[in-house]
Design a protein around this ligand. Structure first.
Ligand code: F6R
Length: 250
């Protein structure tokens, strides 16, 4: 694992964007595994800027998103499809057909999930998987539990995840209770993983993921078994790493 601790959210975002841009420059037809939420928002802004400056093109890039809320239409302003369109896809030259986000309205989740995995498999897995992390250690929406779920699946969101995501909805009751999430198999199949976090409330999840016991009770801890992980955090999210003796790149 290479770990970068950046001064603040903006520096973290810039570093994340650099890792993603390097992947695209190195392999213009790469497959990006994308995430939503507050963590990657700033990085997407940098990527859009660099695209507008002519430094980067997404025209041959394929993307596969980690997750989507069950029951939200792509046009719902809190759906993850909507997030991706408004934060990245609408502003760069990615081909719409080359972007995938799980279908939160599918009538047949079981078949949908199997087909999502088959698609990822057919691509040879993703080249770079972006991950935020929940305060409870979730990656994608793989919530803490007694076992790791390998396949794309429907998840009951943890109460703490519903609490955390209530900030985006009018009331807590409006937060969907389920999501479709890529499983640990597709995440661990990625050739490279970029794990990012910002803010003090993520410090425990980051510490446990990087050097805690590998356990499904902290899903991010499985990343210790991945051979190619880059971690980018701000000082607040990385605040417990130095005293734990973790070596930092920058
Ligand atoms: C989002 C996702 C989630 C988030 C996590 C952190 O696609 O898969 O795992 O990355 O909940 O969310 P933020 O970044 O909003 O703190």
């Amino acid at each position: 694992m290479r770990i970068f601790v950046e001064k603040d959210y903006d520096a973290m975002s810039r570093r994340m964007a650099q890792v993603i841009a390097a992947e695209i420059v190195h392999n213009p037809a790469c497959v990006l595994g994308l995430a939503t939420g507050s963590t990657p928002e700033g990085a997407y802004k940098y990527l859009v800027d660099w695209y507008k400056q002519g430094c980067l093109s997404f025209k041959d890039v394929l993307s596969v998103n980690l997750d989507e809320y069950v029951g939200l239409a792509p046009t719902h302003d809190q759906s993850y499809r909507y997030f991706m369109q408004s934060n990245l896809f609408n502003h760069v030259d990615i081909i719409p057909e080359n972007t995938r986000v799980p279908d939160g309205l599918t009538k047949d989740p079981k078949t949908f999930c199997a087909e999502y995995d088959a698609y990822i498999h057919s691509l040879g897995y993703v080249d770079l998987q972006l991950l935020g992390i929940g305060r409870n250690g979730h990656i994608g929406f793989n919530e803490p539990g007694d076992s790791f779920v390998k396949e794309t699946h429907v998840v009951d969101l943890a109460e703490s995840t519903i609490d955390a995501n209530a900030r985006f909805f009018a009331t807590r009751d409006d937060v969907p209770k389920q999501a479709i999430s890529m499983g640990i198999g597709a995440i661990m199949g990625a050739k490279k993983v970029l794990l990012a976090a910002s803010g003090e409330e993520k410090a425990g999840a980051i510490l446990n993921s990087i050097c805690g016991t590998i356990t499904p009770h902290c899903p991010g801890s499985i990343l210790q078994l991945h051979p190619n992980v880059v971690v980018v955090v701000d000082e607040a999210a990385g605040s417990r790493l130095k005293s734990a003796g973790v070596s930092i790149c920058g």
